[in-house]
Design a protein around this ligand. Structure first.
Ligand SMILES: [Zn+2]
Ligand SMILES: [Zn+2]
Length: 537
């Protein structure tokens, strides 16, 4: 018998043995256990007992481990299926906030306080801000609308000339319904047709196998800006779509990477419009970016603006204060050109889909196919494609990703909310990262009246099903019963990660054994629902 501690074994044999710890992580993944759980302190106000509870990372922040990503993909599929061919108007009275929603907001409050304290102490708040923006996204993903702070910035009043014009499109009278038309067949059966639309960005140069044939003429500059502003273009498309359709069109869409590393959009639309009209809308849709110029480099290399307390960023040579973001916007006069205009490409694919057909299932699979991958993951590893990605990243390096991007300093403007330590080319925003390649928006876009349920309610559905199958009632918990608090890093009450993973794997095995017994009886049900219950158990 070979034994890893046996010193007599040749070094090469010992090294070929897997590390026990790595095997644990692999096993955890196979069991669908979150491998980066977040410990939270839960105070039970009824019993006064405090416990440390692991919450799957996918339930809180953006960074998702493979099991959490897979679980979220399953939930998204269920959500997509639920809403597509709805035959009654969804009820949209706001629900009572549930436990998850409450604790997310409490969690958010704690980070707000930490950020304010850090700011007061003059510490770097970048990391905390990243967490807060991740939490804000999660707050929305958990089925809450808007931002906890409400509308933070007052809206700038733009001159009417610069306001985006409605493109020249047919316009139907608006009816107050979210449902599409139905048709009755000669057999008396009601058909409920819907659409599956794919929208793509324009060509930046000929590509083969996901990489440009001629990198020197490929328009990386435009590709970078298009990726940065893609989500705005999608918003415009939806606005135009509703105007033309004459009803409150609902959609479930996913943004996915193409092989050439540009984002594109798949959209399930409830109801139907003529194919030619969808194409007409896509062709007429555009978005103008009204930002200051970012083409003429003002500061470069060592010659970069310097920070002065109480003043802001100064020209290092003249000491002149750079215009602030608001001043730069005000300086855009009536003759100003938009920094960028983005449009869709000519490739628009429109497919009619009937409720409950294999086609519909196929589309739903397609919509969620890449959800566990980031935009940069479309890389198949080929060298020419790697180089293509590197050039795309280069093009994004000095592109301002938002009004607060440090890159504005390069173009002689103080970023919005300027603070010390900003340096052009070193923005830590998502858009500049290799896994996002310019697109930092949400990957799944679901309209508000898509289904009657939020993602949180879909989770609850699956949990209820499993508990019922196990003969246990899913008692609604009193939302006021628990108070959740983050656990400070290095808290001695939190067992080591390996120990927590071992426990979760054990729990999961127990649940699986239960479910296997039920499998024979409850055929056709989705057993991955156990994933959600493992957490609640
Ligand atoms: Zn996880
Ligand atoms: Zn940036």
């Amino acid at each position: 018998m070979t034994h890893a501690h046996d010193r007599a074994l040749p070094r090469a044999v010992r090294q070929a043995m897997p590390m026990a710890r790595d095997v644990l992580v692999e096993v955890a993944k196979q069991h669908g256990v979150c491998i980066r759980p977040i410990p939270l302190k839960r105070l039970d106000v009824v019993t006064g007992k405090t416990e440390i509870i692991d919450v799957p990372c996918g339930a809180t922040l953006d960074s998702k481990c493979p099991p959490c990503a897979k679980r979220n993909k399953q939930l998204r599929k269920a959500q997509c299926r639920e809403g597509w061919h709805l035959d009654t108007e969804p009820a949209i009275t706001p629900d009572e906030p549930n436990e998850e929603q409450r604790w997310l907001v409490e969690f958010r409050a704690d980070y707000q306080a930490q950020r304010e304290a850090a700011e007061k102490a003059g510490d770097d708040t970048t990391e905390l801000e990243a967490i807060i923006s991740g939490l804000d996204e999660e707050i929305n993903a958990a089925g809450m609308r808007g931002n906890v702070l409400g509308r933070t910035a007052f809206k700038r009043s733009r001159s009417t000339r610069r306001r985006q014009d409605a493109p020249d499109l047919p316009k139907r009278k608006m009816t107050h319904t979210t449902l599409g038309r139905t048709f009755q067949g000669s057999d008396g059966k009601i058909y409920r047709p819907s659409l599956f639309v794919t929208l793509t960005l324009p060509s930046y140069g000929k590509v083969r196998d996901g990489a440009p044939i001629d990198p020197n003429t490929y328009d990386y500059h435009r590709a970078a800006r298009d990726a940065l502003h893609f989500s705005k273009l999608v918003d415009r498309f939806v606005q135009n779509l509703r105007r033309v359709a004459g009803y409150d069109v609902q959609y479930f869409a996913s943004v996915e990477p193409q092989k050439r590393l540009a984002p594109h959009l798949h959209m399930a639309i409830r109801g139907t419009l003529p194919r030619a009209e969808i194409k007409q809308i896509a062709a007429a849709t555009y978005h103008q970016v009204w930002w200051p110029q970012a083409d003429e480099v003002v500061f470069d290399g060592d010659h970069v603006p310097v920070w002065q307390d109480c003043t802001g960023y100064l020209d290092p040579a003249t000491g002149e204060v750079l215009p602030t973001w608001d001043e730069a916007l005000d300086a855009l006069d009536e003759d100003a050109e938009p920094l960028h205009v983005i449009r869709f490409g000519e490739q628009v694919d429109v497919q009619g889909v009937l409720a409950g057909t294999p086609d519909a299932d196929q589309c739903i699979r397609y919509l969620s196919k890449y959800l566990t991958k980031s935009i940069g993951d479309a890389l198949d590893g080929g060298q020419t494609q790697q180089q293509h990605a590197a050039r795309m990243l280069d093009a994004l390096r000095y592109e301002p990703c938002s009004p607060t991007c440090p890159n504005w300093l390069r173009y002689g403007i103080q970023p919005k909310d300027a603070k010390p330590g900003m340096h052009p080319g070193r923005c830590r925003g998502k858009a500049h990262k290799p896994e996002h390649l310019g697109y930092a928006g949400r990957r799944v876009l679901v309209s508000r009246k898509w289904s009657n349920k939020t993602l949180a309610e879909h989770k609850q559905d699956r949990r209820t099903w499993v508990l019922e199958a196990l003969g246990q009632a899913d008692e609604p918990t009193d939302p006021h019963r628990y108070i959740w608090r983050p656990v400070p890093a290095g808290d001695a009450n939190v067992p080591p990660l390996a120990l927590r993973l071992l426990r979760s794997v054990h729990e999961r095995q127990r649940w699986r054994a239960h479910l296997r017994e039920l499998e024979a009886r409850a055929t056709g049900q989705d057993l991955s629902a156990v994933e959600d219950v493992g957490r609640a158990a």
